[in-house]
Unconditional design. Structure first.
Length: 413
């Protein structure tokens, strides 16, 4: 049936928000399976807690364009094409536009990527951003380093066509003055996540090696709110941090300061944590987190932020691994990787273009199909890829070298 779907008809609809419900309105002929799929999907989205509103459209997560909004509709069309036409479009692209940063985090995932070479220019990034949106991306994510250290950050944000995609930023939160927040709003930023490494001020500052940063964040999240920016926290959990009950502490802190969403990442042994397998959550940890999210924080608890948990979203119970399926990561030099935490390069967007590298990535035998769980937390996958990377090797490591090593190992060499 999927082969018989007319892709041109998948755009013949609009989404309307009526009395808090997302409803489908057809504007022309559509395949009946696609109509039924959209109706079910919109009914499910309606049940999700509202994060906030952007240009009058309802947001359920910073990672999803709001509905009804043109970027949100484009995301739905891309979803239909993935389901019924088996296309591979990246819904999200995380662009590390700089590795400069005031902090010096003990767990920094991008530190091994840093090189002594000039940063990409404003025009190079604008071309990459345009190509990124053209291949299907509806959520352009600016990260670093600290993206606000680039003087052209507002120009880069404004270069994204907000009719086709939203923009999200990950920041350490130190530079969110009232003036900066106002400029981010004027540039068209959709939302931002402030990285938080501990709900305890002293521990956060120790891990960031930046004294006073926690208190600055608590002040600056108010600046974002006053400017009309949706803001939340980006956190990560190791086995030890989970055992210490940090998730609940983060949620209480989020409620106290008015954070709209918290994204919880699973700690991954990459970057400065490369090889430190003890940071991984155990399967029982992840199951406890999933159950807590579903039984507690997915309920309509007034005042609490929305919780988006990698332990749930990237699990077999939900969407599985996003890497090279509906997202990619790009280094500050244009190297494209499946995700932020996979230190493997499939090519350079400056040299080849975004579409060409995305095509190569999504046709690789280890990434051409959806993986039921986070690949970087799967021992069998790591044994075929990142475990083959030599110690102290430059990152991200080229996939062709890993493939050659894997082939040699399989041949008994």
């Amino acid at each position: 049936m999927k082969a018989e779907i007319d892709a041109e008809q998948l755009v013949n609809f609009e989404v309307e928000l009526r009395d808090g419900r997302l409803e489908l309105r057809q504007t022309g002929p559509m395949p009946e399976p696609a109509v039924r799929y959209l109706e079910r999907h919109l009914a499910r989205l309606t049940k999700f807690k509202t994060v906030g509103f952007w240009h009058g459209a309802r947001s359920i997560s910073f990672f999803d364009p709001p509905l009804p909004h043109p970027a949100g509709k484009r995301g739905l069309v891309d979803r239909l094409e993935r389901v019924f036409c088996r296309t591979r479009k990246p819904a999200a692209a995380t662009l590390a536009i700089t590795y400069n940063c005031q902090a010096d985090c003990v767990h920094c995932s991008c530190a091994p990527n840093v090189r002594r070479q000039p940063p990409l220019s404003t025009e190079q990034w604008k071309r990459i951003i345009a190509e990124t949106v053209d291949v299907g991306t509806t959520n352009v994510i600016f990260t670093g380093g600290e993206p606000l250290l680039r003087k052209d950050i507002f120009e880069l944000i404004a270069s994204v066509d907000e009719q086709r995609a939203t923009t999200l930023m990950f920041t350490n939160g130190e530079m969110l003055s009232p003036e900066t927040c106002a400029k981010l709003v004027d540039a068209g930023l959709y939302a931002l996540f402030i990285s938080l490494d501990s709900p305890e001020p002293a521990e956060h500052d120790r891990l960031r090696r930046r004294p006073g940063l926690f208190d600055t964040i608590m002040q600056n999240i108010e600046h974002a709110e006053q400017a009309g920016l949706m803001a939340g926290f980006s956190i990560y959990l190791t086995h030890a941090k989970h055992a210490a009950g940090e998730l609940d502490a983060y949620m209480e802190l989020g409620k106290k300061v008015g954070a709209k969403e918290i994204i919880q990442f699973d700690a991954v042994p990459t970057g400065r944590l490369f090889g430190q397998m003890d940071v991984l959550l155990r399967e029982e940890d992840r199951e406890e987190i999933r159950q807590k999210v579903l039984a507690t924080y997915h309920q309509d608890m007034p005042g609490y932020p929305v919780l988006t948990s990698q332990a749930l979203v990237n699990s077999p119970q939900s969407m599985g691994c996003f890497g090279a399926f509906n997202q990619f990561y790009m280094t500050a030099y244009g190297d494209m990787c499946p995700c932020d935490f996979t230190p493997i390069c499939f090519g350079n967007a400056v040299e080849e273009g975004v579409a060409a590298v995305w095509e190569r990535m999504t046709h690789h035998p280890l990434w051409c199909r959806r993986h039921k769980d986070c690949r970087m937390q799967t021992p069998e996958f790591r044994a075929q890829t990142v475990d083959l990377i030599p110690p102290d090797a430059p990152m991200p490591y080229p996939i062709e070298t890993i493939d050659a090593m894997r082939e040699k190992k399989a041949a008994g060499g």
